[in-house]
Design a protein around this ligand. Structure first.
Ligand code: KG4
Ligand code: ZN
Length: 336
């Protein structure tokens, strides 16, 4: 049984083939066009998806060693994401399903980030908590089964990755700034303190931190116009450490609240070396089993869409040809 899965929610065009629960291929074309703008430009993203989608799918089929006629179902990301980008994957998947007369499967991008943990061993045991940290989302989800996920906390404003990227922009770094801040932070010390949000429960907020960094920089630049250049590594270390503290504080709270010690981390920000190191320390301290997928499966990829689709295929959960992309699709039981 082969499923072809397509991911096109933001700025990566990706295709993957899964045979039962085994990933045969995962091909991703990353869009470079946004670098000079300091963020993803939706209109440009959808145009580049259109250019990339056929060669990416071709390569995914070739890498998997199968032909089009061997595909048993086609899956695509329905949301959340950018409407124009989602439309490209959705339209292509519908056309392919229609022409091959095979079932169509819709996948929720955020649920797929979580299902990425089932691609390789070791896999978490249910129930587990997943911290999903990407450029678009910051969530703590209680995962009881592939079809029962409950969002325990989410961000009120910016996502963690967005905070890295926006603060990076103030520092004159190119987009996406997360990996650059990570690298610079490793050479610096966390000597500056920024205010942390006081959000009740398991919610997150990062826009206050962004503003506090901006005011801090403005004040320091008034005293010394070269402040950023002279202190870049220490500023990065301080910002990164504040973001990590905010995230880890809520993960610890969620563990205590739910009495769960299986902790999974997903999304592009889980590549952050500081976050990984601090989570490992906390795991030792609290006796957590910690799961972080390989980087290729942490950032946006179609293999995670394929894995989520595999479970929907088993449940016979197929979509009609009238299905539409949903840019604001949320995780919850009723959309599953
Ligand atoms: O999951 P992802 O690839 O795409 C989205 O769905 O958003 O995540 C991209 C985000 C960007 O904000 C990027 O700056 C951040 O992940 N990121 C990092 C690192 N690598 C990627 N943030 C901090 N440290 C990193 N090493
Ligand atoms: Zn994502």
């Amino acid at each position: 049984m082969h499923i072809l899965a397509i991911e096109s929610s933001c700025d990566d065009t990706s295709a993957s083939v899964i045979a039962n629960d085994h990933i045969l291929s995962n091909v991703t074309a990353t869009q470079e066009v946004h670098k000079e703008y300091g963020g993803v430009i939706p209109e440009l993203a959808s145009r580049v998806h259109q250019q990339n989608i056929v060669p990416v799918i071709d390569k995914a089929l070739k890498d998997a060693g199968i032909q089009k006629k061997e595909i048993d179902a086609v899956a695509f990301t329905q949301g959340p994401g950018l409407l124009g980008s989602l439309l490209v994957g959705c339209s292509f998947a519908k056309a392919l399903a229609l022409s091959l007369d095979i079932p169509l499967i819709t996948v929720n991008h955020m649920e797929a980030h979580i299902m990425a943990h089932f691609i390789e061993d070791p896999k978490p045991e249910y129930p587990f908590l997943c911290l999903t940290v990407s450029g678009g989302h910051t969530q703590i989800v209680k995962v009881s089964s592939p079809r029962q996920m409950d969002v325990l906390g989410t961000t009120r404003d910016d996502a963690a990755g967005e905070a890295f990227d926006k603060i990076g922009k103030y520092l004159g770094l190119s987009y996406p700034a997360g990996p650059i801040i990570d690298e610079l932070a490793q050479k610096g010390n966390s000597v500056f303190t920024f205010s942390k949000p006081k959000i009740e429960g398991l919610g997150f907020s990062f826009s206050g931190l962004k503003t506090s960094v901006l005011y801090f920089l403005k004040a320091e630049i008034k005293k010394d116009p070269d402040f950023i250049q002279k202190n870049l590594q220490d500023i990065c270390a301080s910002v990164q450490s504040t973001i990590i503290e905010i995230l880890i504080d809520k993960v610890e709270k969620a563990c205590t609240q739910e009495g769960i010690k299986q902790i999974a981390v997903a999304g592009g920000v889980s590549a952050n070396s500081g976050l990984r190191a601090r989570l490992k320390l906390k795991a030792d301290e609290h006796n957590w089993s910690l799961y972080i997928p390989r980087l290729e499966y942490c950032t946006d990829n179609a293999a995670m869409i394929a894995m989520a689709a595999h479970y929907k295929y088993l449940a016979g959960d197929f979509a009609p040809q009238t299905v539409k992309p949903m840019p604001r699709l949320g995780i919850n039981a009723e959309v599953l």
